[in-house]
Design a protein around this ligand. Structure first.
Ligand code: SF4
Length: 386
């Protein structure tokens, strides 16, 4: 463990997928099911616990630096299920004393009692899906909460001892103006959270908005306006003291999400649950996304793996580049050479030279990073490293 209490490179991340929601949002293509009642997930939770037991050989001697319940809406689960899953995790893997333990939550699904129980179980980070502080936009997104309820959920979590709260926000929404976006950013900053994630809307097929878009009935802000919203978030959040440590993520110093940093720095993690992904010993795995197949595998005492891909050195090099360039810190060139036996320049000089000349890529000491001015067009840059 480092002195700062941050995760070390030998630690793994653990992700638990909870695929239940109260209602489907109009833009969301995540696989999630409606939870008919609080206990409706009983079979699934049993499956998750069994998968954890079957994963034992993968996590032998490992220590978990982060534990992340994502979804779906994990905060819908009754406390008892959290307890059972946490015990099942602890049976297989040692949790670091500094473990970052996050639960994703939606306003309207958190009671004082549930929050108190989560904190006593060791949850020390809440990721709250606020999305907007404009009731008109929340309604059109199909969200179930109001701006006022989002604030109430935040303060309730604070009162119950949640000292690290992250807020998810979205821009580029149909009917959203620059003024709406500024108002949302300012309202959330007022709460003084530790972390804010800012995502641009993607229109996905087979969603309510995807269908409306195809029918020409969804009016979206233009590309320039979306770029303006992205830049506004950077300016307003940085002025409020948040550090942009990744293209879509801002944190108070010391509150960067360790679990997600693990993804960007290609640290090992295991994903448990429907459709969850894992990255262990250089191989990526993906679980079945079909509930029937997921349970069938578990019934036969085998891990519910649908896809397995051994990552070649060429792929590993590409991933290191485009994932590392997402982060403000960037890629450590010395570490890169140590890992791959060749320097970044040996491999990418023809790509790097024009990008550096144009100021798109910056080098500082050991680090090579994407100039934040180009974050809005980062995908075009990443493609050059694939
Ligand atoms: S609550 Fe989240 S996961 Fe569930 S449907 Fe809405 S956006 Fe998707």
């Amino acid at each position: 463990m480092t002195d700062s209490g941050k995760r070390t490179s030998r630690e793994i991340g653990i992700y638990i997928h909870i695929p239940y929601c109260k209602k489907k949002c109009n833009y969301c293509d995540f696989q999630s099911f409606l939870l008919p009642c609080e206990n409706g997930a009983a079979d699934y939770i049993m499956g998750v616990k069994k998968e954890l037991r079957l994963s034992a050989p993968w996590v032998e001697n490992a220590k978990a630096g982060s534990l992340y319940f994502g979804g779906g809406t994990p905060s819908l689960l009754p406390l008892q299920y959290f307890r059972e899953i946490v015990s099942a995790v602890e049976e297989q893997v040692l949790l670091s004393p500094y473990v970052e333990f996050t639960v994703e939550a939606n306003p309207g699904t958190l009671s004082r009692e549930k929050l108190r129980g989560m904190v006593s179980l060791g949850v020390n980070r809440l990721s709250l899906g606020v999305q907007s502080m404009n009731d008109r936009l929340l309604r059109s997104m199909g969200r179930l909460h109001t701006a006022e309820e989002a604030g109430e959920a935040f303060y309730l979590a604070r009162e119950e001892g949640m000292e690290n709260i992250s807020i998810d926000l979205m821009h580029g929404l149909p009917g959203q103006t620059l003024d709406d976006w500024r108002t949302t950013l300012e309202a959330v900053i007022e709460w003084n959270p530790e972390h804010i994630s800012v995502y641009g809307l993607n229109i996905e097929p087979n969603t309510v908005w995807g269908d409306l878009f195809l029918d020409g009935e969804l009016e979206l802000p233009g590309e320039d306006e979306c770029g303006e919203m992205y830049r506004m978030a950077r300016k307003v959040l940085q002025e409020a003291g948040f550090l942009q440590y990744e293209i879509s993520n801002y944190a108070r110093p010391g509150y960067e999400c360790q679990h997600n940093l693990g993804y960007w720095y290609r640290r090992p993690y295991i994903g448990i649950g429907l459709g969850a992904s894992s990255f262990i010993r250089g191989t990526r795995y993906k679980n079945y996304s079909d509930l029937g197949k997921y349970f069938q595998a578990l019934d036969q005492d085998v891990l519910p793996i649908a896809e397995k891909e051994e990552i070649s050195e060429k792929q590993a090099i590409s991933e290191t580049m485009f994932l590392g360039l997402r982060t403000a810190k960037g890629i450590n060139q010395v570490e890169f050479t140590r890992q791959f036996g060749r320097s970044i320049d040996d491999i990418f000089t023809p790509v790097l030279q024009p990008l550096e000349k144009a100021g798109v890529i910056i080098r500082e000491g050991q680090w090579l990073r994407l100039n934040p001015e180009y974050y809005a067009v980062s995908n075009e840059v990443f493609l050059k490293f694939v």
